[in-house]
Design a protein around this ligand. Sequence first.
Ligand code: GDP
Ligand code: IMO
Ligand code: MG
Length: 425
Amino acid sequence: MKIDVLLGLQWGDEGKGKVVDVLTSGYDIIARFQGGPNAGHSLSFGDTKHVLHSIPSGVFHDGVTNVIGNGVVLDPIVFKKEIEALEKIGINPYERIKISTKTHLILPTHRMLDAASEAAKGKQKIGSTLRGIGPAYMDKTGRNGLRVGDIGLSTFQSKYQQLRKKHTDLLRMYAIDSPTIEEDGWWESIEFLKKFDWIDSAYFLQQHQDKKILAEGAQGTLLDIEFGSYPFVTSSHTVSSGACTGLGVPPTSINKVFGITKAYCTRVGSGPFPTELLDKTGEALQKAGNEFGATTGRPRRCGWLDLVALKYALMINGVSELIVTKLDVLSGFDTIKIATAYKIDGKVSEEFPYSIDQEIEPIYEEFAGWKEDISKVQRYEDLPEAARAYISFITKHTQVPVSIISTGPDRNQVIHVNQELTPIN
Ligand code: GDP
Ligand code: IMO
Ligand code: MG
């Protein structure tokens, strides 16, 4: 069995949805391995712009199976809405989507706990998407969670009530005395899940090992629970090894690892961000990149590309091919910067430190910008020389080849790079 993995190398929103959609023509199965409705993966083609939260990004392609893996946390209410939105635009999702029986469920009370925990943190809040992600993964690792497969059991009602009670007790600890629980649509959406094939993703993928499989990540490496900017992270394993535990596939099955980075950096929610630009340039990036969250609509913080963080992410994930998105957004800047090292307490280092929640002065390399609109460029050779110099610097500095450059939200706005043109040496 050979599985390729695609994941984000920054703080999420690198353009994973778009790139999975571009790559799907080469795959039979797209399998999401972690995260939940905190994700917002945008896909654009023709006049359609669609945002997916829990559904894998291969769903718009005929004949492709989309697997929701055991590492995902699924909110049945959000899932039902997503399915209905797909049906409205003429997609029949029932044949295309398979759900792992081991996928954990997000309960309405998980969402309430998420909000209560954030409110209690005050200024230290994570800036969670409030989709119940943290509490759902806490119940999973605390061995209290409910899984999709439980729905079929006669004990499901009572297990649900037991967990719900635990949550209302916890809410009381947060001084929420008699919580009104927003359960609208819960039981209906639980019934709705029965319309789909439930699988054991480990067996399913093993049985389809002759097929071409792509594992789709959510969030990004710097939001990983182990390796991200803890505690300002999400609660799952967003890195390539997460594909093994989130789908039930062995490490020896992992083939290519596609790592996606924006040509600059963004972050939504709280937490440290060494190359953040709190000035006019940051505002210009936000405007040009239309940097507003696909799930919450919050403005995304913007800054220059951070090669210290990027190289760390490439190392953790074992990335074999780098994909650079949103290069078009940099058109029109007089100069562009890339951070190549951090200065901390007077010491310069290229290593990503234990914590970035401290005084860090990024050391920048400056590049000439370009004025041309590159959103229709289809060949690497046709990019302005300054844009090629920028990509070439990234390749040489990271020692990882760039295989795709994205120049706009549409699935056609893509440059497949001949690797002879971007040598790593
Ligand atoms: P994801 O979470 O990684 O799938 O990324 P999001 O969909 O949350 O955010 C990426 C945003 O950038 C979406 O609005 C995409 O439509 C858009 N996008 C993706 N690639 C490009 C690109 O190359 N250029 C521009 N201008 N927009 C892009
Ligand atoms: P995609 O898949 C960007 C951020 C939140 C918050 C932190 C924890 O679209 O790239 P959580 O709701 O998981 O408890 O929030 O992580 N975050 C994301 N940021 N893209 C995402 O997903 C994100 N999912 C979570 O903003 O800072
Ligand atoms: Mg997103």
